[in-house]
Design a protein around this ligand. Sequence first.
Ligand code: FES
Length: 273
Amino acid sequence: MYRIVSKRELAENVDEFVIEAPLIAEKAKPGQFVIIRTTAKGERIPLTIAEKDPEAGTITLMVQRVGKSTFHLSCFEEGNILKDVVGPLGKPTHIENWGNVVAIGGGLGLAPIHHICQGVKEAGNNLTVIMGFRKKDLIFWEDKMQLLADRVIVTTNDGSYGMKGLVTDALKKLIDEGERIDMVICAGPVPMMKAVADLTRPHNIPTIASLNPIMVDGTGMCGACRVTVGGEVKFACVDGPEFNAHEVDFDELMNRLCMFKSLEKVAMERFQE
Ligand code: FES
Protein backbone atom coordinates (compact mmCIF):
# COMPACT_ATOMS: atom_id res chain seq x y z
CA MET A 1 0.00 0.00 0.00
CA TYR A 2 1.70 3.18 -1.13
CA ARG A 3 -0.55 5.85 0.30
CA ILE A 4 -0.08 9.48 -0.58
CA VAL A 5 0.37 11.17 2.79
CA SER A 6 0.41 14.67 1.37
CA LYS A 7 0.54 16.46 -1.93
CA ARG A 8 1.16 20.10 -2.68
CA GLU A 9 1.94 22.16 -5.73
CA LEU A 10 5.45 23.57 -5.42
CA ALA A 11 5.39 25.66 -8.58
CA GLU A 12 3.74 25.73 -11.97
CA ASN A 13 3.51 22.11 -13.14
CA VAL A 14 5.59 20.79 -10.22
CA ASP A 15 4.04 18.74 -7.41
CA GLU A 16 5.55 17.39 -4.22
CA PHE A 17 4.28 14.02 -3.01
CA VAL A 18 5.01 12.51 0.40
CA ILE A 19 4.40 8.78 0.08
CA GLU A 20 4.13 6.06 2.69
CA ALA A 21 6.89 3.58 1.82
CA PRO A 22 8.55 2.51 5.10
CA LEU A 23 10.99 -0.05 3.71
CA ILE A 24 12.25 2.35 1.05
CA ALA A 25 12.49 5.17 3.61
CA GLU A 26 14.60 2.95 5.82
CA LYS A 27 17.05 1.89 3.10
CA ALA A 28 17.25 4.83 0.67
CA LYS A 29 20.55 6.64 0.37
CA PRO A 30 21.37 9.92 -1.38
CA GLY A 31 21.32 9.61 -5.18
CA GLN A 32 18.86 6.72 -5.31
CA PHE A 33 15.51 6.72 -7.02
CA VAL A 34 12.22 4.83 -7.22
CA ILE A 35 10.02 3.80 -10.13
CA ILE A 36 6.32 4.27 -9.61
CA ARG A 37 3.19 3.17 -11.42
CA THR A 38 -0.11 4.84 -10.77
CA THR A 39 -2.15 1.89 -12.08
CA ALA A 40 -1.50 -1.71 -13.19
CA LYS A 41 -1.27 -0.57 -16.83
CA GLY A 42 0.48 2.67 -16.03
CA GLU A 43 3.80 3.75 -17.48
CA ARG A 44 6.77 3.42 -15.13
CA ILE A 45 7.93 6.80 -13.89
CA PRO A 46 11.47 7.07 -12.45
CA LEU A 47 11.68 9.70 -9.70
CA THR A 48 14.62 10.55 -7.49
CA ILE A 49 14.06 10.47 -3.75
CA ALA A 50 14.30 14.10 -2.65
CA GLU A 51 13.97 13.37 1.05
CA LYS A 52 13.17 10.50 3.35
CA ASP A 53 11.83 10.19 6.86
CA PRO A 54 12.53 6.69 8.20
CA GLU A 55 10.65 7.39 11.44
CA ALA A 56 7.49 8.43 9.65
CA GLY A 57 8.13 5.76 6.99
CA THR A 58 7.81 8.24 4.12
CA ILE A 59 9.70 9.40 1.08
CA THR A 60 9.30 12.72 -0.71
CA LEU A 61 9.19 12.90 -4.49
CA MET A 62 8.93 15.82 -6.87
CA VAL A 63 7.01 15.40 -10.09
CA GLN A 64 7.02 17.71 -13.08
CA ARG A 65 3.98 17.43 -15.31
CA VAL A 66 5.58 16.82 -18.70
CA GLY A 67 3.46 14.09 -20.31
CA LYS A 68 0.50 11.78 -19.95
CA SER A 69 1.79 9.73 -17.02
CA THR A 70 2.98 12.66 -14.93
CA PHE A 71 -0.27 14.57 -15.63
CA HIS A 72 -2.19 11.48 -14.53
CA LEU A 73 -0.10 11.30 -11.38
CA SER A 74 -0.86 14.95 -10.67
CA CYS A 75 -4.57 13.98 -10.48
CA PHE A 76 -3.80 11.83 -7.41
CA GLU A 77 -4.54 13.42 -4.08
CA GLU A 78 -3.74 12.90 -0.41
CA GLY A 79 -5.09 9.53 0.74
CA ASN A 80 -4.99 7.96 -2.74
CA ILE A 81 -2.98 4.77 -3.25
CA LEU A 82 -0.30 4.27 -5.91
CA LYS A 83 -0.17 0.88 -7.59
CA ASP A 84 3.50 0.35 -6.84
CA VAL A 85 6.66 2.09 -5.78
CA VAL A 86 9.83 0.10 -6.45
CA GLY A 87 13.12 1.03 -4.85
CA PRO A 88 15.49 2.22 -3.72
CA LEU A 89 17.14 1.79 -7.14
CA GLY A 90 20.49 2.90 -8.52
CA LYS A 91 23.83 3.32 -6.84
CA PRO A 92 24.00 5.69 -3.89
CA THR A 93 26.13 8.78 -4.34
CA HIS A 94 29.76 8.19 -3.41
CA ILE A 95 30.27 10.87 -0.77
CA GLU A 96 33.50 11.83 0.97
CA ASN A 97 34.75 14.75 2.97
CA TRP A 98 35.97 16.54 -0.14
CA GLY A 99 36.20 20.02 1.39
CA ASN A 100 34.36 22.73 -0.55
CA VAL A 101 31.44 21.32 -2.50
CA VAL A 102 29.20 23.18 -4.92
CA ALA A 103 25.88 21.45 -5.61
CA ILE A 104 23.90 22.72 -8.56
CA GLY A 105 20.22 22.00 -9.15
CA GLY A 106 18.24 23.25 -12.10
CA GLY A 107 14.46 23.06 -11.64
CA LEU A 108 13.47 19.50 -10.81
CA GLY A 109 17.15 18.61 -10.47
CA LEU A 110 16.75 19.89 -6.93
CA ALA A 111 15.19 16.56 -5.98
CA PRO A 112 18.43 14.55 -6.25
CA ILE A 113 20.49 17.54 -5.17
CA HIS A 114 18.58 17.96 -1.90
CA HIS A 115 19.09 14.36 -0.79
CA ILE A 116 22.73 14.39 -1.92
CA CYS A 117 23.32 17.65 -0.04
CA GLN A 118 22.12 16.02 3.17
CA GLY A 119 24.83 13.37 2.74
CA VAL A 120 27.44 15.96 1.73
CA LYS A 121 26.81 17.94 4.93
CA GLU A 122 26.80 14.80 7.10
CA ALA A 123 30.26 14.04 5.71
CA GLY A 124 31.49 17.40 7.01
CA ASN A 125 31.83 19.34 3.76
CA ASN A 126 31.43 23.05 3.29
CA LEU A 127 28.45 23.31 0.97
CA THR A 128 27.38 25.94 -1.52
CA VAL A 129 24.13 25.32 -3.36
CA ILE A 130 23.31 27.02 -6.65
CA MET A 131 19.63 26.74 -7.56
CA GLY A 132 18.54 27.79 -11.04
CA PHE A 133 15.06 28.66 -12.30
CA ARG A 134 13.60 30.46 -15.28
CA LYS A 135 11.74 32.99 -13.11
CA LYS A 136 10.76 33.79 -9.50
CA ASP A 137 7.36 32.04 -9.69
CA LEU A 138 9.06 28.70 -10.35
CA ILE A 139 11.31 28.71 -7.28
CA PHE A 140 10.74 26.05 -4.65
CA TRP A 141 12.55 24.50 -1.67
CA GLU A 142 14.81 27.52 -1.17
CA ASP A 143 13.92 27.36 2.55
CA LYS A 144 15.03 23.72 2.77
CA MET A 145 18.29 24.47 0.99
CA GLN A 146 18.96 27.45 3.28
CA LEU A 147 18.64 25.13 6.29
CA LEU A 148 21.06 22.65 4.78
CA ALA A 149 23.77 24.62 3.01
CA ASP A 150 26.42 27.05 4.19
CA ARG A 151 25.52 29.32 1.29
CA VAL A 152 22.67 29.35 -1.23
CA ILE A 153 22.78 31.22 -4.52
CA VAL A 154 19.55 31.44 -6.49
CA THR A 155 19.65 32.36 -10.16
CA THR A 156 16.75 33.26 -12.43
CA ASN A 157 17.05 33.62 -16.19
CA ASP A 158 15.02 36.83 -16.19
CA GLY A 159 16.51 38.34 -13.03
CA SER A 160 13.13 38.37 -11.22
CA TYR A 161 14.83 36.90 -8.11
CA GLY A 162 18.39 36.43 -6.96
CA MET A 163 21.20 36.64 -9.46
CA LYS A 164 20.21 37.23 -13.08
CA GLY A 165 21.51 34.52 -15.38
CA LEU A 166 22.16 30.82 -15.44
CA VAL A 167 23.61 28.51 -12.80
CA THR A 168 26.79 28.42 -14.86
CA ASP A 169 27.09 32.21 -14.54
CA ALA A 170 27.03 31.83 -10.74
CA LEU A 171 29.55 28.97 -10.88
CA LYS A 172 31.82 30.89 -13.24
CA LYS A 173 31.76 33.85 -10.85
CA LEU A 174 32.94 31.62 -7.98
CA ILE A 175 35.70 30.17 -10.15
CA ASP A 176 36.76 33.61 -11.44
CA GLU A 177 36.89 34.91 -7.87
CA GLY A 178 39.40 32.20 -7.09
CA GLU A 179 37.31 30.14 -4.70
CA ARG A 180 38.67 26.70 -4.03
CA ILE A 181 36.12 24.18 -5.25
CA ASP A 182 36.91 20.53 -4.57
CA MET A 183 33.78 18.95 -6.04
CA VAL A 184 30.81 19.99 -8.16
CA ILE A 185 27.63 17.91 -8.22
CA CYS A 186 24.88 18.82 -10.66
CA ALA A 187 21.41 17.65 -11.63
CA GLY A 188 18.85 19.20 -13.95
CA PRO A 189 18.23 19.69 -17.66
CA VAL A 190 20.82 18.00 -19.87
CA PRO A 191 22.03 21.26 -21.50
CA MET A 192 22.63 22.66 -18.01
CA MET A 193 24.68 19.64 -16.91
CA LYS A 194 26.65 19.75 -20.16
CA ALA A 195 27.39 23.45 -19.62
CA VAL A 196 28.52 22.79 -16.03
CA ALA A 197 30.85 20.02 -17.22
CA ASP A 198 32.27 22.27 -19.97
CA LEU A 199 32.93 24.97 -17.39
CA THR A 200 34.65 22.79 -14.77
CA ARG A 201 36.68 20.59 -17.17
CA PRO A 202 39.41 23.15 -18.01
CA HIS A 203 39.81 23.88 -14.28
CA ASN A 204 40.12 20.17 -13.42
CA ILE A 205 37.30 20.44 -10.89
CA PRO A 206 35.86 16.94 -10.34
CA THR A 207 32.21 17.01 -11.40
CA ILE A 208 29.41 14.51 -10.92
CA ALA A 209 26.19 14.63 -12.94
CA SER A 210 23.00 12.87 -11.89
CA LEU A 211 21.50 11.73 -15.20
CA ASN A 212 17.83 11.47 -16.09
CA PRO A 213 17.51 9.16 -19.11
CA ILE A 214 14.38 7.30 -20.17
CA MET A 215 13.94 4.26 -17.93
CA VAL A 216 11.66 1.25 -18.15
CA ASP A 217 12.53 -1.63 -15.81
CA GLY A 218 15.14 0.13 -13.68
CA THR A 219 17.03 -3.12 -13.14
CA GLY A 220 19.52 -3.19 -16.02
CA MET A 221 17.47 -5.56 -18.21
CA CYS A 222 15.87 -3.40 -20.93
CA GLY A 223 18.67 -1.07 -22.02
CA ALA A 224 16.38 1.95 -22.24
CA CYS A 225 18.56 4.02 -19.95
CA ARG A 226 21.86 3.43 -21.72
CA VAL A 227 24.29 6.30 -21.79
CA THR A 228 27.83 6.58 -23.04
CA VAL A 229 30.39 7.50 -20.40
CA GLY A 230 34.08 7.62 -21.20
CA GLY A 231 33.34 5.81 -24.49
CA GLU A 232 31.66 2.90 -22.71
CA VAL A 233 27.98 2.02 -22.64
CA LYS A 234 26.53 2.23 -19.14
CA PHE A 235 23.05 1.63 -17.82
CA ALA A 236 22.07 4.61 -15.69
CA CYS A 237 19.66 2.57 -13.57
CA VAL A 238 22.28 0.16 -12.26
CA ASP A 239 25.66 1.77 -13.07
CA GLY A 240 24.41 5.26 -12.11
CA PRO A 241 22.45 7.46 -12.16
CA GLU A 242 25.56 9.50 -11.31
CA PHE A 243 28.63 9.62 -13.48
CA ASN A 244 31.77 11.65 -14.03
CA ALA A 245 30.25 14.61 -15.89
CA HIS A 246 33.45 15.18 -17.88
CA GLU A 247 33.04 11.79 -19.53
CA VAL A 248 29.29 11.77 -20.27
CA ASP A 249 28.14 12.01 -23.89
CA PHE A 250 25.46 14.62 -23.20
CA ASP A 251 24.56 15.09 -26.89
CA GLU A 252 23.63 11.42 -27.19
CA LEU A 253 21.63 11.62 -23.96
CA MET A 254 19.74 14.64 -25.31
CA ASN A 255 18.93 12.82 -28.56
CA ARG A 256 17.73 9.73 -26.73
CA LEU A 257 15.47 11.80 -24.47
CA CYS A 258 13.76 13.24 -27.58
CA MET A 259 13.25 9.83 -29.24
CA PHE A 260 9.61 9.39 -28.25
CA LYS A 261 8.53 13.04 -28.36
CA SER A 262 5.93 12.56 -31.12
CA LEU A 263 4.43 9.47 -29.44
CA GLU A 264 4.37 11.27 -26.09
CA LYS A 265 2.50 14.15 -27.77
CA VAL A 266 -0.14 11.80 -29.16
CA ALA A 267 -0.57 10.06 -25.77
CA MET A 268 -0.97 13.42 -24.07
CA GLU A 269 -3.57 14.60 -26.59
CA ARG A 270 -5.57 11.40 -26.10
CA PHE A 271 -5.33 11.78 -22.31
CA GLN A 272 -6.72 15.31 -22.52
CA GLU A 273 -9.65 14.34 -24.77
FE1 FES B 1 16.12 -0.74 -18.23
FE2 FES B 1 18.02 0.72 -17.11
S1 FES B 1 15.91 1.14 -17.22
S2 FES B 1 18.25 -1.10 -18.26
